[in-house]
Write a protein that binds this ligand. Structure first.
Ligand code: C2O
Ligand code: CU
Length: 442
């Protein structure tokens, strides 16, 4: 039975304790960091009334949701929610999976302070696990009085602009190095969300092997056993945590991953795990957890080239570009028409590419097929790489966008928007006039 689930989110500023005696002036939803975990079942309608009690405009983006364009929360989709105002988002939850919501205005500032939360959607045919936990990871750049640092000198500003803001304080569910308790012998679903501005997480459970169950667009076809897992800003991975031995204890860590930044990457402890007394497990994870049909044949012709580049000159400093433009416009796509996009990273650093409002499949990474098939909305582009993706635009006409999910890069222009036209309008006048305007424009 599909139902309508109502939530209220109030964005405001408040004090938030990230650890014993460490309090920050957070910006967040319902006076908590992260905001509340929103839950629903695929097919349900979610109605979220968002009230802005901040001193500046805000909006909420539903990262990973295939929803109508006016509900996407970007500046192209809606008027900003000004202080004192309320806006109600309403949409059907089309897919099961781990999603998240976050501010989509002045993100480097608003998300850094805590305006994000998770959204868990369950499906009718999920593997059975002993518990379900969300771990939303973020980092904040704080001084010794726990105040947010905005670099004011040229060099620190340049580094933050180049690398994205890499914080010095890592939070899991709004707390510094929390302790997670799990009964021995049990297996839990651990949903990881990387909500940080720029930090890459190379997840490790103290070297223990673990199974990946799902990513951005829900379950994989088969659990994938690994010992480490890269989770870039915007990405989600659900893993099976356990079973562990009684009295075992270890750290959930991020190993160092060199994304070619000026600041060095270091191994970081995210949380401590303590394994308690054994309990009977109900967990059942079949070998086949889903079937994912390929969108297209791997050698299908490319329909669009997207080139990410970082420029530098003495006059303008750094520029973050897509197809040579900051905040560019792309030609429209038509609902239902297959897209094969070649994402080329011409720069010497990594960028996590995020597409709004749709899932894609990775066809190849530098010409090689990915390790497994999956539905994604965010994919890492290593330096000088070329990643081919395929997707089919939903019949959700309107203005959509894609961008680098390093918030400072996105803000500096590493994004583009494009129209999704209703199906059957590929050659209609609207499409022609939009592309004509754009050709003109350049
Ligand atoms: Cu998670 Cu446009 O963003
Ligand atoms: Cu980037």
């Amino acid at each position: 039975m599909n139902k309508t689930i109502r939530y209220k989110l109030t964005a405001s500023t408040f004090s938030w304790e990230i650890g014993p005696g460490k309090t920050i002036q957070a910006w967040g939803y319902n006076e908590q960091v992260p905001g509340p975990v929103l839950r629903g079942q695929a097919g349900d309608t979610l109605e979220i009334e968002v009230t802005n009690r901040l001193s500046e405009p805000t909006s909420v983006h539903w990262h990973g949701l295939r929803l109508p364009a006016p509900m996407d929360g970007t500046e192209f989709a809606q008027q900003p929610i000004v202080p004192g105002e309320t806006f109600t988002y309403r949409f059907v939850l089309p897919d099961a999976g781990t999603f998240w919501y976050h501010s989509h205005i002045n993100e480097p500032h608003q998300m850094e302070r805590g305006l994000y939360g998770s959204l868990v959607v369950t499906g009718s045919d999920e593997p059975i696990l002993d518990d379900d936990k969300v771990f939303i990871i973020d980092d904040m750049k704080l001084d010794r009085h726990n105040a947010f640092i905005e670099p004011s000198w040229f060099i620190p500003r340049f580094i933050e602009h180049h690398d994205g803001r890499q914080g010095n304080t890592v939070l899991v569910n709004g707390k510094e190095v929390p302790t997670i308790v799990i009964p021995a012998g049990t297996t839990e679903r651990w949903r990881f969300i990387n909500a940080s501005s720029a930090r890459y997480i190379l997840l490790s459970l103290g070297g223990r092997p673990f199974r990946i169950l799902a990513t951005d667009g829900g379950l994989l076809e088969h659990p994938e056993t690994v010992t480490k897992l890269l989770i870039t800003p915007g990405e989600r991975y659900d893993i099976a945590g356990g079973p562990f031995e009684e009295n075992d204890s270890f750290m959930i860590e991020s190993l160092s991953y060199n994304r070619m930044t000026i600041q060095r990457s270091e191994r970081t402890c995210l949380a401590n795990v303590e394994v308690g007394t054994a309990r009977i497990s109900q967990a059942r994870i079949p070998e086949q957890i889903r079937v994912i049909e390929p969108v297209v044949a791997t050698d299908s012709p490319v329909t669009r080239n997207i080139r990410l580049a970082v420029g530098f000159n003495l006059k303008n400093g750094l520029s973050f570009l897509i197809n040579g433009l900051k905040h560019g416009n792309d030609p429209p796509v038509t609902a239902g028409e297959i897209q094969v996009w070649e994402l080329q990273n011409l720069s010497l650093m990594d960028h996590p590419f995020h597409l709004h409002g749709a899932f894609f499949q990775i066809l190849s990474i530098n010409g090689d097929p990915p390790a497994y098939r999956a539905w994604k909305d965010t994919v890492n582009l290593p330096p000088r790489s070329s990643v081919r993706i395929a997707w089919i635009p939903e019949n959700n006409p309107g203005t959509w966008m894609y961008h680098c999910h390093i918030l400072e890069h996105h803000e500096s222009g590493m994004m583009a928007n494009f129209e999704v036209l209703p199906s059957g309008t590929a050659t209609n006048e609207r499409a022609l006039s939009i592309s004509a305007q754009r050709t003109h424009h350049h």
